[in-house]
Design a protein around this ligand. Sequence first.
Ligand code: ZN
Length: 76
Amino acid sequence: MAKPDYIICLECESEVDEFTWRDGEIRRAACDVCGNNDPDAFALPEDFEQDFEDDDGDEDEEEYLDDLEEDEDDEE
Ligand SMILES: [Zn+2]
């Protein structure tokens, strides 16, 4: 994976471009805004955006009751 242009601080959601990237992972990072310097508390922009889109709840309730029909042929 290529090094991203910036990462997101999960503590304050700021964009941070001062970080060490190695082997596809964030090795070191420091947020100027809140002082967070725990690499685990940063996310890639891609991951962050995906989390955001999942915020919408699915309100479509589809019924799968058809599957509940008895499907057992017990012929002894
Ligand atoms: Zn921060």
